[in-house]
Design a protein around this ligand. Structure first.
Ligand code: FES
Ligand code: FES
Length: 176
């Protein structure tokens, strides 16, 4: 059953909170296998829609300018920077966020490898790193660490956990 969110819903005296709400248009997103019926401002990014309308906050906003990778999600199985994509362009597409990869009880192998390899410090970049790492498994990538570093170069880690991130990815690749 679809979940409905309407950003035009008012909280006071039947009036819209924001003048932009008058231009909101309907949008159906499929995220982690669940349908969401939304009304969004046409200028809303996929990132803001996921975090603020759908309230899945595992996807992080770092730079909001396509430079850090913290907002990486999958669209039809391919990695996308959700801060650079308009939500409206994803009507009917299959979107996966870090919440859709696994659960604490049944983690995706990449999530488990990040834990066992200690591939994070503050964790802010981690969901984007994991989403890119999972996508990398289906991309042309050479076997060595240098090839992994190249394909992960769009994901910045301010804590500098790069060595352990590469180790986690290689652990999963070797087991595949
Ligand atoms: S928040 Fe999207 S690339 Fe930084
Ligand atoms: S773990 Fe802190 S930014 Fe990467």
């Amino acid at each position: 059953m679809a979940t409905t969110f309407d950003s035009t819903m008012s909280t006071r005296a039947g009036k819209a909170e924001n003048p932009a709400d008058a231009f909101a248009i309907p949008l159906a997103l499929r995220i982690n296998g669940k349908e969401y019926s939304l009304r969004v401002d046409p200028r809303t990014t996929l990132l803001d829609c996921i975090r603020e309308s759908v309230e899945l906050t595992g996807t992080k906003k770092g730079c909001d300018h396509g430079q850090c990778g913290a907002c990486t999600v999958h669209v039809n199985g391919r990695r996308v920077l959700s801060c650079l994509s308009l939500a409206l362009l994803h009507d009917g597409l299959e979107i996966t966020t870090v919440e859709g990869l696994g659960t604490p009880e049944a983690m995706h192998p990449m999530q488990a490898a990040f834990l066992t390899c200690d591939a994070y410090q503050c964790g802010y970049c981690t969901s984007g790193q994991i989403m890119s790492a999972v996508a990398l498994l289906n991309e042309p990538c050479g076997p060595d660490d240098a090839a992994v570093k190249e394909l992960m170069s769009g994901n910045i880690c301010r804590c500098g956990a790069y060595a352990n991130i590469v180790a986690a990815i290689q652990q999963v690749r070797k087991r595949a």
